[in-house]
Design a protein around this ligand. Structure first.
Ligand code: AMP
Length: 215
């Protein structure tokens, strides 16, 4: 089963993708993670996109389509692919259709995580994660038990994303409403869209997604 998780920044796409990976053996393809990895390893592309990402703008369609094209070859043999943060424009959605059909694959469902903007600001401006093991935390709703130390692996390498500040978030939301939200109508018209309440408790969101994937 191949699915897209669609929703604004902070809607919980990464968290829910992680659960699907764990429970269903699916592979998560996050263009945001791929771009951050390119920055960390200092590739020419990583350097090119750094400022754009920090400002909260979208990088070019060409770059992210290329990343997905490459990653799909390795992922196709798994228990299914979760596209997390891709596609974000209609051009990317068209390219994904072509890539999938070219590889003999298809898209089964698009899960839209619906949330309101106030909740997003609260979620995003408080979140941080462990640079060593990836465990996710939140200042108010899920702090580490010992300040500055990861509960899961004991590392003190706790980081915030460079674009998780109010100014970038405002820009990221603007990009979402202008360029990505038209995909809701696009996938609805194709009969693929399932919407779930992204503000429910994490386990309830997970159950709603499982139910949507059955239907
Ligand atoms: P994310 O981790 O999904 O929130 O993505 C972080 C940043 O990476 C975004 O604000 C964009 O600058 C860039 N990015 C990630 N995915 C895409 C995409 N599909 N299209 C364009 N830019 C993207």
């Amino acid at each position: 089963m191949n699915i897209i998780l669609l929703g604004p920044p902070g809607a919980g796409k990464g968290t829910q993708a992680g659960m699907l990976v764990e429970k269903r053996g699916m592979v998560q393809l996050s263009t945001g993670d791929m771009l951050r990895a390119a920055r960390t390893s200092g590739t020419a592309m990583g350097k090119r996109v750094a400022d754009v990402m920090d400002r909260g703008e979208l990088v070019t369609d060409e770059i992210v389509i290329g990343l997905i094209d490459e990653a799909l070859d390795g992922a196709a043999a798994s228990g299914g692919v979760i596209f997390d943060g891709f596609p974000r424009t209609l051009a990317q959605a068209d390219a994904l259709d072509e890539l999938l059909s070219g590889k003999g694959l298809s898209l089964d469902a698009v899960i839209e995580l619906r949330v309101d903007d106030e909740a997003l600001v609260e979620r995003i401006t408080g979140r941080y994660s462990c640079g060593a093991c990836g465990a996710a935390y939140h200042e108010r709703s899920k702090p580490t038990k010992v300040e500055g130390v990861c509960d899961a692996c004991g590392s003190s390498e706790l980081n915030r994303r460079a674009d998780d500040n109010e100014e970038s978030l405002r820009q990221r939301l603007m990009e979402y409403y202008k360029k990505t939200s038209p995909l809701v109508g696009y996938y609805h018209a194709k009969g693929k869209l399932r919407s779930v309440d992204g503000l429910a408790l994490m386990g309830d969101v997970e159950a709603a997604i499982a139910a949507a994937l059955e239907g």
